[in-house]
Design a binder for this molecule. Structure first.
Ligand SMILES: C[S@@+](CC[C@H](N)C(=O)[O-])C[C@H]1O[C@@H](n2cnc3c(N)ncnc32)[C@H](O)[C@@H]1O
Length: 249
């Protein structure tokens, strides 16, 4: 039985029974193996740009499966897939800018897949902005703890029309700067890790502010003002995520 990490379990939970899946940047291949083993997906494709990671996936497959021939492909991003070949494309554990490059290389092809499940390790805000600017509709978000980090998982549909299928409470058509950083969907869903996620951001920015105040940078006053504004905005978000705790702020 394949044992998934909480992060990969959360990604798997976003896939609906019967959906075909391509895991781009599959590396160890655990997610596709589990999707096949549980019978959730009738067809899963493991794809990676490197032979080394695919060898790792092959080794893991040989430990768990003797009779199933997995569909393993080597190549850059979506180039290993035919248009519309799968329902869902998973791109996890990479930087947000690389993820947007992979989707943006051939937007026509990218739009032929109904849904993306993305787990950016960095530049999450830029990825959300890129998705919205390019007509993708963010329909779901989840926070998951992984060691000392909180990971952000984004589910996005290819067409803006898909917004019709989004619950009313999640219909967000205009995202401002802070929304791109802390998704409004997390508030609607009352994600259990939201408070901690926002508090971490406040703590990091307060540390930056203290360092700026102690430092001697030439444009220090401007940077201090920017940092103070950001802390104020983050604290507003913190109040929204835990109104009773921070009502007097
Ligand atoms: C850190 S691993 C993530 C593994 C797995 N997706 C996960 O979330 O646990 C990143 C993988 O992405 C692959 N990768 C990086 N750039 C890629 C690209 N342009 N196309 C396909 N795979 C890529 C790397 O070779 C590596 O195996």
């Amino acid at each position: 039985m394949i044992k998934l990490s909480d992060r990969l379990k959360a990604i798997e939970a976003l896939i609906l029974p019967g959906e075909t899946v391509a895991d781009i940047g599959t590396d160890h291949g655990f997610l596709p193996m589990s999707l096949w083993e549980t019978g959730k997906s009738p067809h899963v494709i493991m794809s990676d740009i490197g032979q080394g990671p695919l060898n790792k996936a092959e080794t893991n497959i040989s430990k768990h499966f003797h009779n199933h021939q997995f569909d393993i492909r080597i190549g850059n991003g979506l180039e290993t897939l035919k248009p519309g070949e799968v329902d869902v494309v998973v791109i996890a554990g990479m930087g947000g800018l690389l993820i947007s490059d992979i989707i943006g290389t051939d937007l026509n092809k990218a739009r032929s897949f109904r849904r993306y499940i993305l787990q950016p390790r960095s530049a999450q805000k830029r990825l959300r902005g890129w998705l919205i600017d390019n007509g993708f509709c963010i329909t779901d978000e989840i926070l998951v703890r992984e060691g000392k980090y909180i990971c952000e998982i984004i589910s996005a549909n290819s067409w803006n029309e898909s917004i019709e299928k989004v619950p009313n409470s999640c219909k967000i058509t205009e995202w401002d700067e802070m929304d791109l950083e802390i998704s409004p969907i997390l508030f609607v869903k009352k994600d259990p890790l939201l408070v901690e996620f926002v508090e971490n951001k406040v703590r990091i920015e307060e540390k930056i502010l203290a360092e700026l105040k102690a430092g001697t940078k030439s444009n220090k006053l401007y940077k201090i003002r920017m940092s103070e504004d950001r802390i104020k905005a983050l604290k507003e978000f913190r109040k929204r995520s835990m109104p009773n705790e921070y009502e007097n702020e």
